[in-house]
Design a protein around this ligand. Sequence first.
Ligand code: S3P
Length: 167
Amino acid sequence: MKHIVLIGFMGAGKSTVGRALAAELGRELLDTDQMIEEKAGCRITEIFARQGEPAFRRLEEEILKQLAEEKAPAVISTGGGMPVFEKNRPALRRLGTVVYLQVKPETVLKRLKGDTTRPLLQGGGAESRVRELLAEREPAYRDTAHEVVPVDGMSADEVVRRIKELN
Ligand code: S3P
């Protein structure tokens, strides 16, 4: 049973594309951020604020273990930091086809303007943080992915079509 696993930076469209792809394929969408919020009983911003990022990363690992037990092929959309941790990469790849939604910093900044739900991008200097973090993470995303889909300038439906062509 092979899942389709979407990875990539914040604002790449993993959740939006994931929803559309799951509907198109008649599969369930499993969104790791949402699973974490359900497990913790609070929002991600609150987990970061009250317990710190390491606690959030531990929850991500737990969710990854939980996903390995999912039998029915689903579409899985992941939090942008999951592949950054080397130990998560083989676990992500074992889940199925890993598709990296590759996005340019300009697109991220446009899409996430005014966003308050991403703790890593709050406060001043968001623009340089996006550029730095994206450049730093690119090798991890590439290392984890079976397929790379550049998404700048594409609608969610177009991205879904591209992913369907891969399979
Ligand atoms: C994070 C991305 C977020 C969320 C958390 C940390 C990251 O998910 O998991 O805020 O480290 O890139 P999205 O990629 O869905 O925004």
